[in-house]
Design a protein around this ligand. Structure first.
Ligand SMILES: NC(=O)c1ccc[n+]([C@@H]2O[C@H](COP(=O)([O-])OP(=O)(O)OC[C@H]3O[C@@H](n4cnc5c(N)ncnc54)[C@H](O)[C@@H]3O)[C@@H](O)[C@H]2O)c1
Length: 329
């Protein structure tokens, strides 16, 4: 069972599992947060693969998840559906309450009624908030979220931990670090910058370019998700540097590249991939944004072994090539 299967990460995760021969139930509301055509196209590609069952609906529709879990008894649950985006959460908090809090509560109830072997839920590097100790490590305190989006994701970590403890449900929480790649999200920087550069429009550079992010290429992220599916948390079997709960089969794991990249270097890589230079409008930092992210990925490696780490030049070239062919520009 994959929730958010028409989303950027959900599409690639479902695709990888279908290729491995899994049967996948994909739930998605096709919400209109960004271009619905992109989501419908992703689902349509999955529907061409054997073993995919699409379900269009909202997580928080009473009884929907219970009914799906009763009908399919999923062995593995990967919960990716969410209202994402830091900036949108400033003006639209209610949408985050519904999708992320109510939706995740519904999911956990369905998991409780029909326990899978392993449930994995998406959280975000944004939960590290105002932390300044780098790289971000799962065992660091993360109590100072700077956006409502991050706050709802931190809340889902706490909700999931309580279910793991009370009902002995093995649960892994991913903390994803800025994911990019083909079929990516139109609200994210790589998409907006590429669109503007190819249109000949100026780009807006926040915090005067003084930001850095640990950018994760989609294929590397999905490899991490799939590898972690086999790493079922067992409180009796910790690995070095583990974030395992002392009272529940529950852990939090960063999935990032492990290399912070300066925003201006990221923009330069997009310019190189587009073969054009951008006109830049430098602006102040945006509310809710953190100045830097950097993933400590040693726990991911301890659990899953060596992992792919695509550099931004290669990854952004793949993105720009996809963008040009998809939008015919
Ligand atoms: N992409 C990133 O850089 C990134 C970084 C950190 C965390 N995450 C998290 O990873 C997950 C996947 O992100 P993504 O980039 O694929 O986002 P996305 O917006 O492309 O995918 C999320 C999908 O969930 C669906 N959805 C939203 N609300 C729903 C609801 N109430 N019921 C059912 N479906 C609903 C949307 O239609 C969408 O297709 C999210 O939980 C997000 O918060 C993403």
């Amino acid at each position: 069972m994959i929730t958010g299967s028409a989303g950027f990460v959900g599409y690639f995760t479902a695709h990888a599992l279908l290729r491995q021969g899994w049967r996948v139930i994909g739930l998605d509301a096709l919400s209109d947060y960004y271009d619905v055509t992109l989501k419908a196209r992703r689902h349509a590609m999955l529907e061409e693969m054997p073993g995919f069952t699409p379900v269009i609906g909202r997580l928080e529709t009473p009884g929907l998840l219970q009914q799906l879990f009763a009908a399919h008894e999923p062995r593995l649950v990967i919960h990716l559906a969410a209202q994402a985006g830091v900036r949108y959460s400033i003006d639209n908090p209610a949408s985050y309450v519904q999708a992320n809090l109510v939706g995740t509560a519904e999911l956990l109830e369905a998991v409780r009624a029909h326990p899978p072997a392993h449930t994995l839920l998406a959280s975000t590097s944004s939960v590290y908030g105002a932390n300044t100790e780098m790289p971000y490590t799962e065992t660091h305190k993360a109590d100072t979220q700077m956006s409502f989006y991050a706050a709802t994701k931190k809340a889902t970590e706490a909700m999931a931990h309580s279910y793991a403890h009370l009902y002995a449900l093995p649960i892994t929480m991913f903390r994803f670090f800025t994911v990019y790649g083909p079929w990516g999200r139109p609200d994210m920087a790589h998409f907006k910058f590429t669109k503007a550069i190819l249109n000949g429009d100026p780009i807006e550079v926040y915090n005067h370019g003084n930001q850095q992010r640990d950018f994760t290429y989609i294929d590397d992220l999905v490899a991490g998700i799939i590898a972690l599916a086999d790493a079922i948390p067992d409180p009796k079997a910790p690995v070095p540097g583990d974030s395992l709960s002392p009272v529940a089969p529950f852990r939090v794991v960063n999935i990032g590249n492990g290399t912070p990249v300066k925003l201006m270097d990221y923009i330069a890589a997009i310019e190189a991939a587009c073969g054009r230079t951008a006109e830049k409008i430098f602006l102040d930092a945006q509310p809710g944004d953190v100045p830097a992210t950097w993933a400590d990925t040693s726990l991911l490696e301890a659990l899953t072994g060596p992992r792919p780490t695509t550099d931004v030049h290669t990854g952004l070239q793949h993105f720009v090539d996809w963008y040009r062919s998809y939008y015919r520009v």
